[in-house]
Design a protein around this ligand. Sequence first.
Ligand SMILES: Nc1ncnc2c1ncn2[C@@H]1O[C@H](COP(=O)(O)OP(=O)(O)OP(=O)(O)O)[C@@H](O)[C@H]1O
Ligand SMILES: [Mg+2]
Length: 240
Amino acid sequence: MTKDRATILETQALSARYGRIEALHAVDLDVGAGELVAVLGPNGAGKSTLLRSIMGLTDSSGTVRFEGEPLPRRDPVAVARRGVVLVPEGRGIFGPMTVAENLQLGAYLIGGRGPAFDQRLERVLTLFPRLKERLDQAAGSMSGGEQQMLAVGRALMAEPRLLMLDEPSLGLAPQVTAEILQTLASLNRGGLSVVLVEQKAPLALQIAARAYVVAGGTITARLDPREITSHDQLARYYFT
Ligand SMILES: Nc1ncnc2c1ncn2[C@@H]1O[C@H](COP(=O)(O)OP(=O)(O)OP(=O)(O)O)[C@@H](O)[C@H]1O
Ligand SMILES: [Mg+2]
């Protein structure tokens, strides 16, 4: 990380287990304020467990600091209120509810329909015009890409300072994926710090300032995307 940037998120020796399986082992990761960091790695690497441990959605040991202060453990709502919001794997939207209702739920985390609600909603709908046209539609009846946009939009309604996304491209067509990643890049240019978990490494590396590779529950490489010039080079990190 460049030294002139403050650290917004830092994990130290973060470990998590499911019964006898240690899914995450002693992970040290940091994210600079305003930085977009990618987390890459194969299936079962521990990427989701890493995000869930930061959010307090699963038991973990080690420390997680956000803006210099430890984050509460096993209290995801408190973590979100501190400004760390997760767009989970599989999106986690409420299918029978409308798009508007899903967006309102995102805002409830930080106190519901306060005076800033309309402004935030307007910003999200400007970012994702397709949601604006579908406010009264059941969320579950939208296309996969639109549902992912809603998941990101709902997270933004909670006013994160750090947005974490777990494989937002899963199951989406390349065109829609590109659209969503470009939106993330633009949010990041506006100052939002982002942790992007992605298996589609070449896509994530196009917009990330730095990347970590996770495999077998540990960080196996720290990458500068500018140094990755070929798929072969990238593959080495996955299979060594
Ligand atoms: N609830 C659970 N109970 C038991 N084991 C789990 C649980 N969740 C994950 N694991 C195990 O922990 C390891 C890491 O899983 P995790 O979901 O974090 O990987 P991942 O990198 O996100 O994979 P993917 O790319 O497939 O989403 C895997 O071996 C997985 O089987
Ligand atoms: Mg996962």
